[in-house]
Ligand binder design. Structure first.
Ligand code: C2E
Length: 777
């Protein structure tokens, strides 16, 4: 090797050796050592390199020189300090085999020997060492051979940078990523928590981790994970009550803050438990609680040691990070469980929903095919529940439903299954001996009696009744659907018997009834398949005889049953929630049609659309109305919403607020079927209404009944007093018209003026009644 080569090696090296002469003398000295195999006891042998020693002592990395046998010839103070020596001189002559555990020292030794044999460099190699105090450290090391003038390698010079912190941070990050991946892959919570604990144990070496979860009551902690803690210890702490002095975990949960107990046997928090933990040789326990997004304590991550110790900054950070990861895992698990629960349950009563019920019923029926044991399906429908809702509001309605659900559940065996089917309807299946028709009667009577009991709510005492119907597999149907249909039909029979009754289906005597369940499905499909259409019934100004409005009335062209009137499907749509999408469709179509008439140059009239109770409660009604107006381009003043009076008095404040929103944008509001409900006139006064529609039942007998005439007269004058336009519905005769005119009723609607008709027919009628005034508009 030439001087030039050596000089190149010197320039590339990280040693910072400035002086080539020094390097040369170092090589010479190394050669001497290699041949004599004896060491001076101090660095004096490099007396002329003293300045160099002082210089490298200032460097915070390890800097060292070793001879051909990998023995330290020179090292800076940093190496000495980490090796537990007071001066670097104490390292001289020692090899890594003597300074490190054999498995670590051997690796260094062999690597260096091989690089010296081959004359190669080792650049940026990651080394792990365990210091005499047990601390693990990671170094990024670069080592270069030292050659004498003829090119022979006589030793190495090395520099090693402590990258433990970076390495740990990367390791922790990798661990966290692994845990998050496991979470996302849907691994059970227990497995994720176990992995988390093991990952943290890998970071903190000798300790043992655990996760405790707080139970539903919030008062106890449960052992959820602790793969390396003795099982008997986990069992011991499982279910322990939280409190101000309940070890590290119970206290951490109680205080809602981290508790780091360095010495269990010297901590008042552990005073009552030391005897219990003694046998497990646990000396120190650090516990960090973790929380839900809403601040509730979910559990705690704890780390135990078999020696007394306080956490270093790094250790505390890791344990806190572990608690954070545990909170993500637990929260995600709870959210998933909740979603799964909601997919299968009714949120109000907590009962399984149709989907789950149907699956279970089908499974029961399948089992019954094998065993021959009957399965009964029972429909329970509350009588006049609408009255409770209308009179006391929905909060009371919900409480009553929950109470009835509890009573139904209380009346039956654990294997039965109950669901809330529609708003006020429950369905359950009954198996075992009770499902035999001979036994069912007693069971149904018992359930009915339970439901009948007084319901005590905060400020109210109520009684409710119900109609119950049942059908049994295999006697009353071959499939789940058929048995359900027949049980439903039996429930209707119970209603026909005068309500507050039960009826057991009998194939022999059963009338061919409508399958309501099928109808709901068909209606949902019908809305999507455009099977609905609107007819329009004219509203006439009595004085001028002009058409001033139209009521939009929905019809359904059923693919098999032909044209269906609202009486045949609106109630079912109401009960099942299908009314929301149906109502939205009607709103859009009515607005579109009215705008089309206006665009065709026909007189501008108001289109009235019925709004059902469920639509009125649906938060989307306001935006649905906006959207129908926006899409069609219809001016708001040409749209009228008709509410039934029972609907608006359910929640006066909410109704007034919503109505005011509608009025603010110019929409007209009418109260339908006026006189039939339980209206409060005072409340009525507060509603921002434009119109009252007198129910047709008062008009029908006007000619014969003085009482009806008196009522109609009173309603018309009431309307006038309140500044409302009054419409009389169901006007069929000229005599009825004459009476209404005499009372100064302004508007009428009824077969006498025109039946509900298709849009094209209505437009012709509207065109015919166009007046010069309309044309000018
Ligand atoms: N006997 C007799 N009847 C007359 C006369 N003039 C009109 N009618 C009928 O009386 C009903 C008036 O509508 P409603 O009271 O709002 O009562 C409506 C309304 O409550 C509901 N409905 C209709 N369309 C819709 C809708 O789009 N949404 C909602 N939520 N309900 C609707 O269905 C009910 C019944 O609708 P329809 O069967 O179309 O029945 C209509 C109409 O055909 C008459 O002179 N004599």
């Amino acid at each position: 090797m030439t001087d030039q080569q050596v000089s190149q090696g010197r320039n590339e090296g990280p040693t910072g050796f400035a002086d080539w002469q020094a390097m040369k003398s170092l090589a010479t000295r190394l050669e001497e050592l290699n041949t004599t195999a004896c060491f001076d006891s101090s660095l004096d042998m490099f007396g002329d390199l003293d300045w160099l020693q002082q210089l490298v002592n200032l460097v915070s990395d390890y800097v060292y020189v070793k001879d051909r046998r990998s023995r330290f010839v020179m090292a800076n103070d940093k190496v000495a300090e980490d090796m537990g020596r007071s001066t670097s001189a104490e390292l001289i002559g020692k090899s890594d085999l003597e300074l490190h555990p054999p498995e670590v020292g051997q690796v260094f030794y062999e690597d260096e020997q091989s690089m010296m044999r081959e004359g190669s460099d080792l650049v940026d190699v990651m080394d792990r060492i365990v210091l005499p105090d047990g601390t693990e450290k990671w170094f990024s090391s670069s080592k270069y051979p030292i050659r004498k003038e003829n090119g022979d390698v006589v030793g190495i010079v090395g520099i090693s940078r402590d990258v433990t912190e970076r390495q740990n941070a990367e390791k922790l990050q990798r661990g966290q990523n692994e845990i998050l991946k496991k979470l996302v892959s849907g691994l059970p919570l227990q497995d994720v928590l176990n992995s988390l604990v093991l990952m943290i144990e890998g970071q903190l070496e000798s300790g043992m981790g655990s996760v405790m979860l707080v139970d539903d009551s919030g008062n106890h902690i449960l052992s959820a994970s602790g793969p390396n803690l003795p099982k008997s210890y986990l069992d011991l702490v499982d279910g322990i009550e939280v409190g101000p002095r309940v070890g590290s975990c119970g206290t951490a949960v109680f205080r809602k803050e981290a508790v780091f107990v360095e010495d269990i046997f010297d901590s008042e928090l552990w005073a009552e438990y030391v005897d219990l933990v003694r046998e497990f040789n646990l000396k120190s326990c650090w516990s960090v609680p973790f929380f839900s997004g809403s601040g509730k304590v979910l559990g705690t991550f704890a780390f135990y040691w078999t020696d007394v110790r306080a956490p270093s900054e790094r250790e505390e950070k890791i344990v806190r990070e572990a608690a954070h990861l545990a909170s993500i895992a637990v929260e995600r698990d709870r959210a998933e469980k909740r979603i799964r629960y909601l997919a299968d349950h009714d949120p109000l009563t907590g009962l399984p929903n149709r989907r789950k019920f149907k699956r279970k019923l089908e499974a029961k029926i399948e089992a019954s095919r094998q065993t021959g044991e009957p399965v009964a399906v029972v429909f329970v429908d509350m009588d006049n529940f609408k009255f409770i809702n209308d009179s006391y509001g929905h909060a009371v309605g919900d409480d009553v439903l929950s109470t009835v659900a509890d009573r139904i559940l209380g009346s039956h065996n654990i294997t039965f299954e109950t669901i809330r089917f529609g708003g006020d309807e429950f369905v359950l299946f009954v198996d075992g001996p009770t499902a035999h028709k001979s036994e069912l009667k007693d069971y149904l009577a018992r359930m009915r009696a339970e439901i009948l009991k007084t319901i005590e709510l905060d400020t109210l005492t109520l009684h409710v009744t119900c109609s119950i119907g049942t059908a049994v597999f295999p006697l009353d149907g071959d499939t789940a659907d058929e048995v359900l249909k027949n049980a439903d039909q039996a429930m209707f029979e119970a209603k026909n018997l005068g309500r507050d009754n039960f009826f057991i289906f009998d194939r022999e005597t059963a009338p061919a009834g409508v399958n309501r369940l099928k109808l709901v499905e068909e209606l949902r499909r019908g809305i999507d398949n455009n099977e609905l259409f609107l007819e329009y019934q004219p509203q006439i100004d009595l004085m001028s005889g002009r058409i001033v409005g139209a009521e939009a009335l929905v019809r359904w062209t059923h693919p098999e049953r032909g044209r269906l009137m609202p009486g045949e499907f609106i109630e079912i749509a109401e009960q099942t929630g299908a009314i929301i999408s149906l109502g939205r469709w009607v709103l859009n179509e009515a607005c579109r049609q009215n705008k089309a008439w206006q665009d065709a140059g026909l007189p501008h009239i108001t289109i009235a659309v019925n709004v059902s109770a469920n639509q009125f409660r649906d938060k989307a009604l306001l935006s649905d109305v906006f959207s129908a107006l926006d899409t069609s381009g219809l001016d708001a003043r040409y749209l009228e919403l008709e509410f039934t009076e029972s609907l608006v008095i359910q929640n006066v404040e909410q109704a007034v607020a919503l109505m005011e929103d509608f009025r603010r944008i110019g929409i007209h509001l009418a109260i339908d079927d006026f006189g039939t409900g339980y209206s409060s006139l005072v409340a009525l006064k507060n509603f921002p209404l434009n119109r009252l529609k007198i129910d047709q039942s008062f008009i029908r007998d006007l000619e014969y009944k003085e009482s009806d005439r008196a009522i109609v007269r009173a309603i018309i004058s009431l309307g006038r007093e309140l500044g409302l336009n009054v419409v009389a519905e169901g006007v069929e005769t000229a005599k009825q018209q004459a009476f209404l005119l005499s009372c100064r009723c302004e508007t009428t609607q009824g077969y006498h003026f025109g039946r509900p008709m298709a849009a094209d027919k209505f437009s012709k009628l509207l065109g015919m009644t166009r007046t010069p005034l309309d044309v000018a508009l």
